[in-house]
Design a protein around this ligand. Structure first.
Ligand code: NAI
Ligand SMILES: O=C(O)C1=NCCCC1
Length: 299
């Protein structure tokens, strides 16, 4: 994120190729100039929300990353991108949350969405933060529009982490009530969070992206919040609806990390509008490739 804001990263706005009214292919080329994490890659990722109706365990998001030699342009590897997409997206939310809640006490985390992103965010946030509700041990709330799915995730996570209690909520309103941090990671095309449900100073990571990137939160939330983004070029291309609404972006998370933009006041509601960046995939692909070489090729 820092490299993006220092302009040591090239990631032109991605191309979206729709295959029907709900599904599309994103082409995400990127170049990251960094001796440790740098790489030239292109992620091809399909988003097919209707896969849930086709097969029990068919992911709705499927990705592959082609990794190239930066000098010769020769293909070095094709790396399965599903795990990478999960982890790097949650990592971006963790960084945004760390910097946008630095002066706030965090008690309540609400996750809306119990799919792949909901799960990985639950794992990452329980690892990096210490959410602790009154009269309880560490507690993380999870809601899904299909409650059974949330119940299954909650039961899986509670078995995995005995010390942290994950709790299923049947109402999205009750789930976000008094929340200090909210994560939305669904395919909702209508708002699932309303401004009047939020308390002062809440931070929201808006991760979900169906055909638009900003349909999970009500317009009034965007208008009342300081809205941060991951990269300006992507935001200009993909968040035109928010711009038309009159939403001004406060800055990139990378600029916040490097001190180039001053953080919001503690009572201000903040939104990290996560688009997902190609160079996050570059860095992860490079890391996976280097580990592979070390482990299996001894180089
Ligand atoms: N910002 C980023 O970098 C990334 C964003 N995404 C986006 O995050 C979202 C979640 O992705 P995954 O967890 O991989 O998908 P998933 O299919 O595993 O999970 C989606 C969840 O949303 C729920 N859902 C579906 N339709 C809904 C609706 N109309 N209203 C409320 N909930 C609904 C499903 O029940 C499911 O639990 C998607 O919108 C995806 O495009 C995914 C990867 C990266
Ligand atoms: O950056 C990504 O990867 C994605 N962004 C939005 C849609 C799903 C994948």
């Amino acid at each position: 994120m820092g490299s993006v804001s220092k302009r040591r990263a090239i990631q032109t706005a991605r191309a979206r190729t729709c295959s029907n009214s709900t599904s599309f292919l994103l082409t995400m080329p990127g170049f990251l100039d960094d001796s440790n994490f740098g790489a030239l890659s292109c992620k091809l990722i399909t988003v097919c929300p209707n896969n849930v109706h086709l097969g029990k365990s068919l992911p709705t998001i499927n990705a592959n990353i082609t990794l190239f030699d930066e000098t010769t342009g020769i293909l070095k590897a094709i790396i399965s991108g599903n795990e990478i997409t999960k982890w790097r997206t949650a990592a971006a939310s963790v960084v945004a949350t760390k910097y946008l809640t630095a002066k706030k006490g965090l008690r309540v985390l609400a996750i809306l969405g119990a799919g792949a992103q909901g799960e990985i965010h639950a794992v990452a946030f329980q690892h990096f933060f210490n959410f602790e509700e009154a009269n309880s041990k560490r507690l993380i709330r999870i809601w899904n529009h299909n409650t059974l799915k949330a119940e299954k995730l909650v039961s899986k996570l509670n078995q995995l982490y005995c010390g942290t209690v994950f709790k299923c909520f049947k109402s999205n309103e009750m789930c976000v009530k008094e929340a200090d941090v909210i994560i939305t990671a669904t395919f909702a095309s209508e708002p699932i969070v309303q401004l009047k449900w939020l308390k002062k100073g809440t931070h929201i990571n808006a991760v979900g992206a169906g055909l638009t990137h900003y349909s999970e939160l009500s317009e009034s939330i965007y208008l009342a919040s300081d809205v941060y983004i991951d990269y300006s070029e992507g935001a200009e291309a993909e968040l035109t609806g928010l711009k038309e609404l009159g939403v001004e972006f406060k800055g990139e998370i990378g600029t916040l990390v490097s001190g180039g933009v001053s953080p919001s006041s503690v009572n201000q509601i903040t939104v990290f509008q996560s688009l997902g960046m190609a160079v996050e995939d570059c860095a992860m692909a490079r890391m996976v490739y280097d580990l592979y070489k070390k482990q299996y090729r001894n180089v």
